[in-house]
Design a binder for this molecule. Structure first.
Ligand SMILES: CC(C)(COP(=O)(O)OP(=O)(O)OC[C@H]1O[C@@H](n2cnc3c(N)ncnc32)[C@H](O)[C@@H]1OP(=O)(O)O)[C@@H](O)C(=O)NCCC(=O)NCCS
Length: 126
């Protein structure tokens, strides 16, 4: 498994993950994101010196994403890969690469809190 920097070619993948129902429910902003807004956001993000946006690949198959914003980490696992320990592994990889971060987690998001804690990040409940 590896984390690789996201590119504009990942726009559709990131869009689908962002608008997936559980990801929306667990996000601060639960509204669906429009395609044009998404592409604008991604282009701006990728133009930064450090975009902090990574696609997790397992045997070359994209299975999740990690976003780093200073000391904060956010993440999603593709629906087809959930419940198999993937988030935990992905977040351990992220800690090795970027250090221990803070995950802002809704109280109802038990899987996220467990994965982040097990991987050595700090959970801040929101
Ligand atoms: C949260 C999320 C990343 C977890 O991914 P995952 O790969 O399924 O997580 P893991 O398989 O590593 O499981 C982590 C822990 O949560 C537990 N778990 C998994 N699914 C669960 C569920 N639906 N309810 C409660 N616990 C659950 C696992 O048993 C594991 O605990 P354990 O280590 O004690 O066995 C994934 O559900 C997701 O993408 N959710 C939508 C986006 C999101 O919530 N992102 C985080 C925002 S803070």
């Amino acid at each position: 498994m590896k984390l690789r920097p996201a590119s504009i070619d990942d726009a559709q993948l990131l869009f689908d993950w962002r608008n997936e129902p559980l990801t929306r429910a667990m996000s601060v902003n639960t509204e669906p994101v429009a395609w044009d807004d998404h592409v604008k956001w991604l282009s701006t993000r990728l133009a930064r010196p450090e975009p902090g946006l990574y696609i997790c690949e397992d045997d070359g198959i994209p299975c999740g994403m990690v976003r780093i914003d200073n000391d904060e980490i956010s993440y999603t696992v593709d629906t087809g890969f959930r419940g198999k320990g993937l988030a935990t592994k992905m977040l351990i990889l992220a800690r090795h690469q970027f250090g221990s971060k803070r995950a802002k987690v809704k109280r109802s998001n038990e899987a996220s809190a467990k994965a982040a804690t097990k991987a050595g990040h700090t959970v801040e409940y929101i």
